[in-house]
Design a protein around this ligand. Structure first.
Ligand code: AMP
Length: 555
């Protein structure tokens, strides 16, 4: 395969819809249509016997076979308790997501006549370690090389920076999707895209607007029929109402009112839903996005960012007219609605394209310098830059992209962590606390070492509990933190209490955490903490899932 054909594809693995994009031969990101010629595929999985059906047909079947259909699985990523049972088998969220990935990839392969091996997948900025890892595993179970997990708002900003904005500016990306809300401040410069700050709620999205309509419809049904029964307990009615609610919501983005028909137990009730009513029953949800935006802006100020130039809106739910209106009213700036359905997939495609080109450049530069790529990467930054400058033209000739495209692919993309990470330690009152080594919104990659002490004489081992939390403070309460892994450092005998232990947290640019602990005095014993977690599919289970995936057809 020559350089030109080696492409890395971008996948927006959404709560409600997914899509796939790639940078074409002209250096333009394009969404590849699915087998129904649509640019987005519902992230809905229907277990049809031994076959897996994903997309529009699955969504339609959710009415008829509600127990065989999984929707909104993204909301359960990284949750150890989520298990979907079907035909005596259980499936974790990452396995179900792997079917969605397979579907969008297979459709694209058919459409393009090209084998896809390498992908970049997006996830909400708000995702923690477990959810990110689960997203990566979903791609791996599906059988692809997952080259990077990148944040959805960063992805949208990359697309925006490439496609719309030639100027340097600070933008707020307001991303209201199907299941998540992310608000991110991004500094777009000519040679870099830097995430400054991020916030949001991974349980706030279009689905909540749908749920409010469902609750309203239920009330209207009860008022009209005088039936007290909770008709949502009937799975068929519940699914039916959910689908009708989403349709009604979309109509209300265009019109002032829409009729909805509710049928249950032989009763038929027609409800006319007015846009005004819809806005009233969902106002608090919108206000929550405003409050979260203010929270993020406060954090940005701590980093010296007091102003921004633009607000861009992505995510399907930003199509609801009241969203832009409210943001304009609150922030005195007209937000730009930017390619709500496709921006994230296109940004991921640009990122993949950048990875592939940068790799090509590094290989060429290394060959020119008579080094391996690894040796080259050990050289001082300026040396690498110099040799890369020299090979840009060669790569442009090889790939057929213009020299300016190749140069553009060298843009730096810098991220921040969306959570804080620390360990359980004891304070001076011997109370358990979380001591955060990495604080939320720290620039990544980052590498931080702190020294802790052993608790007692002759301590045999140190057990390190790795915690994820939302706090902005170095010391945080353990009850507000999540254990994401544990590690044990065995100690040599005879150490006194308070022997120093150096703990290092190293986080890479995609938010993967590596932990090492060293007893630096007596033995220099080191443990690399293997993050043992039950929240994400591991080892044997992962192998089984991969094998099982191969046996199942996805259509
Ligand atoms: P995303 O996760 O970005 O694909 O956003 C999907 C969400 O956007 C779903 O909740 C959709 O119901 C919602 N959505 C898509 N189109 C519209 C529209 N025209 N009006 C209101 N909501 C929409």
């Amino acid at each position: 395969m020559n350089e030109q054909r080696k492409r890395i594809f971008g996948i927006d693995l959404g709560t409600t819809y997914s899509s796939l994009a790639v940078v074409d031969e002209y250096g333009k990101p394009v969404v590849v249509p699915n087998s129904d010629n649509q640019h987005i595929t519902p992230s809905v999985v229907f277990f049809d016997g031994e076959n897996i059906v994903v997309g529009e047909i699955a969504k339609e079947n959710s009415k008829i076979y509600p127990n065989d259909v999984v929707s909104f699985v993204k909301r359960s990523m990284g949750e150890p308790d989520f298990l979907f049972e079907h035909n005596g088998k259980t499936f974790r969220a990452e396995e179900i997501s792997s079917f969605i990935i397979r579907k969008v990839v297979q459709d694209a392969e058919q459409n393009l006549g090209e084998k896809i091996t390498d992908i970049v997948i997006t996830c909400p900025a708000y995702f923690g370690i477990n959810e990110r890892e689960a997203t990566r595993r979903a791609g791996e179970i599906a059988g692809y090389n997952v080259r990077q997990i990148i944040n959805e708002p960063t992805s949208a900003a990359i697309a925006y920076g490439f496609l719309e904005s030639a100027e340097e500016k600070v933008v707020l990306v307001y991303d209201l999707g199907g299941g998540t809300f992310d608000i991110t401040m991004i500094d777009i410069q000519s040679n870099a895209i830097e995430v400054i700050c991020t916030g949001g709620d991974h349980n706030l999205g279009g689905k909540d607007w749908d749920d409010r309509i469902v609750a309203y419809l239920l009330q209207e049904f009860q008022n009209t029929t005088k039936v007290e029964e909770d008709i949502l307990e009937d799975p068929d009615t519940c699914q039916d109402l959910l689908l009708s609610a989403e349709k009604a919501k979309k109509v209300l983005s265009q019109r002032d009112r829409t009729p909805v028909l509710i049928t249950h137990g032989g009763e038929r009730v027609k409800v006319v839903l007015e846009r005004k009513k819809f806005e009233e029953i969902t106002q608090d949800l919108l206000e929550r996005t405003v409050a979260l935006t203010y929270e993020m802006l406060e954090e940005a100020k701590k980093k010296g960012y007091w102003n921004y130039d633009e607000i861009i809106m992505v995510g399907g739910s930003s199509r609801m007219p009241q969203v832009a209106a409210r943001i304009k009213q609150e922030f005195s700036m007209t937000p730009k609605i930017f390619d709500p359905d496709e921006a994230v997939a296109k940004g991921a495609a640009i990122y993949g394209w950048k990875l592939a080109l940068n790799e090509g450049m590094k290989k060429k530069a290394a060959a020119k310098a008579g080094k391996t790529v690894e040796q080259l990467e050990e050289s001082p930054e300026a040396d690498i830059e110099n040799v890369l400058d020299e090979v840009e033209q060669l790569v442009a000739e090889d790939t057929g992209y213009s020299l300016s495209d190749v140069q553009r692919s060298r843009i730096r993309i810098k991220n921040v962590t969306s959570k804080s990470f620390g360990i359980i330690a004891h304070d001076s009152n011997d109370q358990e606390v979380v001591f955060n080594l990495i604080l939320k919104n720290t620039d990544v990659p980052t590498n931080i070492t702190k020294t802790f002490g052993t608790a007692i004489d002759d301590q045999e081992a140190v057990s390190i509990q790795i915690m994820e939390n939302e706090s902005n403070e170095t010391i945080a309460p353990p009850e507000q933190a999540l254990v994401i892994g544990t590690a044990v450092l065995n100690l040599p005998p005879g150490l006194s209490a308070d022997t120093p232990i150096d703990i290092t947290f190293k986080m890479n640019e995609e938010g993967r955490l590596e932990i090492t602990a060293i007893e630096p005095t007596a033995s220099r014993r080191t443990v690399r903490a293997i993050m043992k977690t039950t929240s994400v599919i591991q080892d044997d289970e992962m192998k089984k899932a991969k094998a099982r995936s191969k046996e199942m057809t996805v259509s």
